[in-house]
Design a binder for this molecule. Structure first.
Ligand code: UDP
Ligand code: MG
Length: 313
């Protein structure tokens, strides 16, 4: 018997817990008998009755397990906790809101049986996503693929299957600031892809606002690439050179050759321009450094990645 863990992070999904359970049972019924399934919910500090719904299911069905966080830690961390605790020979990560078509699970398993260690669900299009999120996502993938060490396939979602070997390697990551998808891509392994059409969300609303996604994107830049840090240095050198040459030119023009252009600026104007310019560079650099220092700080204090209130594994 091979065991497959279905991993479901849930944040304020009280109406979806039961629905996804029913949908999953339908899919399990169509799978060959050699597979055994466990469903592992992570209640990510929901403020509604998500935990109650999960506990009710877990009380009735032995294959339903759960982890209950002490507060909201975010989807990336919720997925991490599930990966740390699932027991399957492979796991499949699914959103609780039924936007990931669970009827594709047999296809994920088939690709896994064919030798893929990671099977990635690639979204064709998402009808319910606003223009801002869409443009933001296009820009994000353009930039991250230009600057990050790992290639990230656009529209590759968290809807994916991981082999036990990949899960075990993933569990060695210790960083707090994490984007599950990017870390899995970093790991490498043999991958395969499945295209899917995202469903509309039936109940509740998407909790990833534009700003939350923007923060996630910014964090990924900082944790996956050192380019912004180098950019500040390069910019500093370039601007220092340019302003140095310009200053030199003005000085020469004014005091030695008496050119007309150079003498249209008064001394204090020259100085003001110079100072404003340099202050700008310094502020930009400090801003970027602060981002990195914040990141280092987050990792160095080495807090636990999440806190569990109770669990049934
Ligand atoms: N989620 C979570 N913690 C959060 C936000 C979301 O566990 O802080 C879960 C949520 O319950 C859902 C999945 O992550 O199962 C995707 O969230 P959502 O539908 O809000 O995002 P989107 O569809 O925009 O990717
Ligand atoms: Mg969703």
């Amino acid at each position: 018997m091979k065991k497959i863990s279905i991993i479901i992070p849930a944040y304020n999904e009280e109406k979806n817990v039961d629905l996804i359970y029913v949908e999953l049972q339908k899919v399990f019924a169509t799978c060959p008998k050699e597979y055994e399934f466990e469903i592992l919910f992570v209640n990510d500090g929901s403020s509604d009755n998500t935990l109650g719904e999960i506990e009710r299911l877990a009380g009735k069905h032995p294959e339903v397990k759960y982890i209950d966080f002490s507060r909201n830690f975010g989807k990336e961390v919720a997925t991490t906790a599930a990966l740390n605790n699932c027991q399957g020979d492979a796991c499949i990560m699914v959103d609780a809101d039924l936007q990931h078509p669970v009827e594709l699970i047999p296809e994920f398993i088939a690709k896994w049986e064919n030798g893929a260690d990671v099977v990635v669900g690639v979204r064709n299009k998402n009808k319910s996503v606003g223009v801002f999120k869409k443009i933001g996502s296009v820009i994000f993938y353009k930039i991250i693929n230009r600057i990050a060490e790992v290639k990230i396939v656009p529209n590759a979602t968290d809807f994916r299957l991981l082999d036990r070997a990949v899960i075990d390697e993933f569990n060695r990551f210790t960083e707090t600031n994490r984007m599950t998808r990017a870390l899995i891509d970093w790991l490498g392994f043999k991958r395969d892809y499945i295209n899917f059409e995202a469903n509309e969300r039936i109940h509740g609303e998407a909790s990833y606002s534009f700003w939350k996604l923007f923060k996630l994107a910014l964090n990924s830049f900082v944790s996956l690439s050192l380019l912004p840090l180098k950019l500040a240095g390069n910019l500093g050198i370039a601007i220092t050179l340019v302003s140095g040459i310009a200053g030199f030119y003005i000085l020469l023009g004014k005091y030695f050759f008496h050119t007309h252009f150079a003498s249209t600026f008064s001394d204090s104007e020259n100085l003001a321009i110079l100072i404003v310019f340099l202050v700008g560079i310094i502020l930009t650099s400090i801003g970027l450094m602060a981002l990195y220092i914040a990141n280092i700080h987050g990792e160095v204090i080495n807090r636990p990645i999440y806190v569990v209130r109770k669990k049934k594994i």
